[in-house]
Every structure is written in structure tokens, then in C-alpha cells.
Write a protein that binds this ligand. Structure first.
Ligand SMILES: [Ca+2]
Ligand SMILES: [Ca+2]
Ligand SMILES: [Ca+2]
Length: 344
């Protein structure tokens, strides 16, 4: 009798587990019945095409290249709900949106479905918040390259257009930007500094804007790319060190429990190396890592490396202790400029 009850209990537990797991799967799947996977989208400055990698199974990565009319591009982004791929074209100087790209197979040419006005001088990273698309432009603003400045172009997606809402002029040099809620984080190019603009989108006019807070990040020579994962409260910053060395002087820093560490560092202060993990060295193939993405589920860092061997897409895991670790994925991509990770 006891044995029967135990068997019953086990059977019921099993049934409930199956129901529970099915519910979980249903929650993860949106419009179709297929399992979700992880995709890394990339842009480059060699031919302006978009290459994406299905990295859901790292031992069997599938690569797709879509041909665009741009010859150089940065700031790639993918919206899985709308099946819309966006990049900041550095040959056409505008945002370009491509629709239904998941239907295109590798080698196919894709045409622009949503276009922006040609406003920019030197577009770099793109940060998206709802219908707002913000592009960092690193062209010199005032005719004096020695004075730091840059522009943040704020576009609104509106039907088939990216409409320019306003332009923010900064007193720092720009490259990588990323949103966390209403805060826009920006690296301060040519330095080891990280800036934040609180409530950024509330600045609706064409105006000069100084950062709300800026901190130095100890151990970095010259940062370039950044990403923040809110779920795991992790910030990752790249270090290109000397731009002239594209082969082996780069690295990246992982900052766990980022918000408390950032908030506990005074404006103008320094976040200590002891609060960070650094990955760098000859095995890493990091020379000029210009952009970064992070998968907190698998603790994998993805890098757009612009220098080493002419350009690479790299992935690193087992990053917890940092150091001179070799990438787990390494794909040639000439003049790689940006990466964007999405699960769907
Ligand atoms: Ca200037
Ligand atoms: Ca370098
Ligand atoms: Ca990016």
C-alpha cells in the first residue's frame, strides 16, 4: 500500500512537472511552436552586408549573410517581433531597416523597407528604446579634433520612416552606447571612462548635453564598446588599448553587480580593478574589440574584433576568472564593426 502511494505520488509529480514544463515552453514561444534559439547579428565596414549566426548550438553554428546596398555599416539591431533588421549605414549615412529578413537565405540581396533621412557624418553604435533609435556619431563637431565632442541622433520609427526627432551634441567623444531603461550609457572615446545620461529621451530639442555622471574604469586604456544586461546586472566594456595595435593589446572587462558598483563610485571617481574581471592576452585574439554583446544565460561574451587578422567575430565563455583565454568561437569577418544578440 505504501509502495503504491509512493508510486502514485511519483506519477503525479511527473505529470505536474510535464505540465509545468509545457507551460514554461509555451511562455517562451511567442507566435510559433518552434524552440527558441540565440542569434548574433553583425555589421562590418568591409562590404556593408549583414551576417548573422545561429549560436544556439555552439558545436553547430549556422551562418547567414544578407547582401545590402551599403558598402560600410555599424550599429546593427534586430527586432524579432516585427522581423525587422536595422543597421546604421556608413556609406549612405542613414538608418536602414530591412523587413522579413528571416525569410531570406544566405547570399540573398535585401532591400530597404524603412529608411531614415541622410543626416549623419560618421554613424557608429545604435541604441534602441521602444520606437526610439539613437545613433552615436563620432565626427568632430566644432572643427577642432582636439576638443572632445560628438552627436547623438534621435530617430523615431514611424511607419516606413525613421524620422529625426532631435540631435544632442555632447562634450565627450562617442562610440558605443546602450540603454538601460531611460538611462543611456556611453563610453567616452579615447579614454577609460563611462558616462550616463539619465532620462535621456526627455531631452527633446536640439541641444548641448553633458553627462549626468562619468566614472573612470581602472585597467582599461581606451574603451570602445559596451553592453549592459539588466537581468544579471552585468556591464561589459571593451578595451581597444592602442588603436595602432590591432593584433594583441585589446581586452574586455566584466563588471558584475554593476548598479551598486556604479552608484557607489562618485562622479569623476574610479571603479577599481578589484571589482572587475579582465580578459586579455595573446590567446584572446583581441586587438581592437569595438563592440560587445553578452548572453547571461550561458555567460558568453561576443565580440566584434576590427583589427586582429583583419576582423573577427569572437565568443568567450568560462569567463569567471578572466585572464588569457582563447575564444570558443572564431569567425573571420573583415572590418567587423558591431554585434547584437537576440533570442527568439
Ligand atoms: Ca572637437
Ligand atoms: Ca589595440
Ligand atoms: Ca552592438
Amino acid at each position: 500500500m505504501k509502495r503504491l502511494n509512493l508510486a502514485k505520488t511519483l506519477a503525479l509529480t511527473l505529470i505536474f512537472s510535464i505540465i509545468f514544463m509545457s507551460c514554461e515552453n509555451d511562455d517562451n514561444n511567442t507566435s510559433n511552436e518552434t524552440m527558441t534559439s540565440t542569434y548574433l547579428y553583425t555589421s562590418n565596414n568591409a562590404n556593408g552586408n549583414i551576417t548573422y549566426y545561429n549560436v544556439g548550438d555552439m558545436s553547430n553554428v549556422m551562418m547567414t549573410t544578407l547582401v545590402t546596398s551599403s558598402t560600410a555599416a555599424d550599429g546593427v539591431f534586430y527586432d524579432a517581433d516585427d522581423d525587422m533588421l536595422v543597421q546604421a549605414s556608413r556609406s549612405n549615412m542613414m538608418l536602414e531597416g530591412f523587413m522579413d529578413t528571416s525569410m531570406s537565405s544566405t547570399g540573398a540581396s535585401i532591400s530597404i523597407g524603412i529608411s531614415g533621412s541622410s543626416d549623419m557624418m560618421s554613424p557608429r553604435e545604435l541604441a534602441v528604446n521602444g520606437d526610439y533609435y539613437v545613433v552615436a556619431d563620432n565626427a568632430d563637431v566644432d572643427g577642432d579634433p582636439d576638443t572632445p565632442d560628438g552627436k547623438l541622433y534621435v530617430y523615431m520609427k514611424d511607419g516606413n520612416d525613421f524620422t529625426l526627432r532631435n540631435v544632442i551634441t555632447t562634450d565627450i567623444k562617442l562610440w558605443g552606447i546602450t540603454f538601460d531603461g531611460e538611462s543611456l550609457y556611453a563610453i567616452v572615446d579615447t579614454t577609460n571612462e563611462l558616462a550616463v545620461y539619465s532620462n535621456f529621451l526627455a531631452n527633446t530639442g536640439d541641444m548641448m548635453l553633458s553627462a549626468t555622471k562619468t566614472i573612470a574604469v581602472e585597467g582599461i586604456v581606451r574603451t570602445h564598446g559596451l553592453t549592459y544586461d539588466a537581468m544579471s546586472d552585468t556591464m561589459v566594456l571593451t578595451d581597444i588599448a592602442a588603436a595602432a595595435n590591432g593584433q594583441d593589446d585589446g581586452g574586455f572587462h566584466i563588471i558584475t553587480d554593476f548598479m551598486s558598483k556604479f552608484n557607489n563610485t562618485a562622479d569623476g571617481g574610479t571603479l577599481a580593478m578589484s571589482d572587475q574581471i579582465r580578459v586579455a592576452g595573446s590567446s584572446t585574439m583581441l586587438g581592437n574589440p569595438v563592440d560587445v554583446a553578452f548572453d547571461s544565460e550561458t555567460e558568453t561574451v561576443y565580440i566584434a574584433e576590427a583589427g586582429n587578422n583583419g576582423g573577427r567575430i569572437l565568443a568567450f565563455n568560462n569567463i569567471g576568472s578572466g585572464g588569457n583565454i582563447a575564444p570558443v568561437l572564431n569567425y573571420d569577418l573583415a572590418s567587423a564593426s558591431s554585434v547584437y544578440l537576440v533570442k527568439y
